[in-house]
Design a protein around this ligand. Structure first.
Ligand SMILES: [Zn+2]
Ligand SMILES: [Zn+2]
Ligand SMILES: [Zn+2]
Length: 146
């Protein structure tokens, strides 16, 4: 996200608040709380997991609306692990993929992406705003021992 570059000296949470202000969006308590969680823990979290973490503050609908707004301004990225639940994480512009254990649901990040060349081919077909999603699934070493 190129807009974030002017705030490079700020912590991710403060960057996020600046982005909200720049988009003339109110910094409501639920938005603050969700951003706090997403900027300190990688996740990605389902809506229900986020709701559990902010339990006393707002209901599930509010979490849903917050995430929609945050996704809209590019602060939040949606991930699909193919199990019917959307998951959300802070979108810092660092492109990465996930490795998920099928058994304990542990999530690791993979910072190397070898698909960028393929994405270039896609752009050459004349497509704009191209993105890709790829997640890996397996049984982690700890679960293999258990
Ligand atoms: Zn991630
Ligand atoms: Zn595992
Ligand atoms: Zn990639």
């Amino acid at each position: 996200m190129s807009k974030a570059h002017s705030h490079d000296h700020q912590a991710p949470y403060d960057q996020a608040l600046s982005t909200l202000r720049a988009a003339r969006l109110k910094i409501t308590l639920p938005r603050q709380q969700i951003l706090r969680i997403l900027t300190t823990e990688h996740g990605p979290f389902t809506m229900e997991e986020l709701h559990q973490r902010v339990k006393n503050a707002c209901d599930l609908v509010t979490v849903y609306r917050c995430l929609a707004v945050l996704e809209d301004v590019g602060l939040v990225r949606r991930c699909d692990f193919g199990d019917g639940s959307c998951r959300y994480e802070f979108h810092q512009g660092s492109h990465h993929h996930h490795l998920i254990c099928r058994r304990c649901r542990k999530i690791e990040t993979l910072d190397i992406c070898l698909i960028e060349e393929l994405e270039r081919d896609v752009r050459q077909k004349g497509y704009e705003d191209v993105s890709h999603a790829l997640e890996f699934f397996g049984i982690c070493p700890a679960c293999q021992k258990g």
